[in-house]
Design a protein. Structure first.
Length: 73
C-alpha cells in the first residue's frame, strides 16, 4: 500500500512539473534570420529582439499576436 501511494505521488509530481515549465511566452524576432518566433524565455535583446512589451499566458495568444504584428510581416 505504501509503495502504491509513493509511486502515485511521484507519477503525479512528474506529470505536473512539465505543465509548469513555461508559463509565459514572448514574440521575438531573430536578429540573424529576421524571422519572428515564439519563445518561452524573455528575449535577451541581442540574438532575439522582443516584439512588444507583453508576455503572453498561452502559446496561442502569442501566436495570434505574432500574426497581427507589423514587425513580423
Amino acid at each position: 500500500m505504501k509503495k502504491t501511494i509513493l509511486f502515485l505521488s511521484i507519477a503525479t509530481f512528474v506529470s505536473t512539473t512539465s505543465a509548469f515549465a513555461a508559463t509565459e511566452y514572448w514574440v521575438a524576432k531573430n536578429a540573424g534570420t529576421k524571422k519572428c518566433e515564439i519563445v518561452s524565455k524573455k528575449p535577451d535583446g541581442k540574438t532575439l529582439m522582443e516584439i512588444g512589451k507583453t508576455a503572453y499566458k498561452t502559446k496561442s495568444h502569442a501566436e495570434t499576436a505574432m500574426k497581427n504584428s507589423a514587425h513580423c510581416k
